[in-house]
Structure formats: structure tokens, C-alpha cells
Design a protein around this ligand. Structure first.
Ligand SMILES: [Zn+2]
Length: 66
């Protein structure tokens, strides 16, 4: 028997609220405002997070709140 390390991935998401003129402006301001996600020590040992990007091809990517 051998030992294998199997990497597993998942999708992670977060959201940022901004004041903006339109969807494009909202995306731009969200990138400016977003500071990233900081994991606690235990999670950082077990999970690697990639860069967060706005999935601009998805309808849910920019939601009008009010
Ligand atoms: Zn944690």
C-alpha cells in the first residue's frame, strides 16, 4: 500500500456592498474596497484560497440592494 495525498477543491464566495452609478461602476468599486479574506490559523493550515473575482458572466454577480 502507498500513501496518496488527494487535493480537493470547492468554490468560495463573498460579497461587498458599494455605492455606485451602475453595475460596471459597482464592480470597479468592489475591487477597490475588497481587502481579501483572512483565515484563522487552523483554517489557513487546511485551506488555500485563490483570488476572488467577480463572475461578470453570471446574472447574480451584481445585485441591486436598494
Ligand atoms: Zn478557521
Amino acid at each position: 500500500m502507498s500513501t496518496y495525498r488527494v487535493y480537493m477543491g470547492t468554490e468560495a464566495s463573498t460579497s461587498v456592498e458599494v455605492q455606485a452609478e451602475d453595475r460596471e461602476d459597482a464592480i470597479e468599486k468592489a475591487y477597490e474596497k475588497f481587502q481579501g479574506v483572512i483565515l484563522c490559523h487552523q483554517c489557513a493550515h487546511e485551506v488555500d484560497l485563490g483570488d476572488f473575482e467577480v463572475p461578470v458572466d453570471k446574472d447574480y454577480a451584481v445585485e441591486l440592494v436598494e
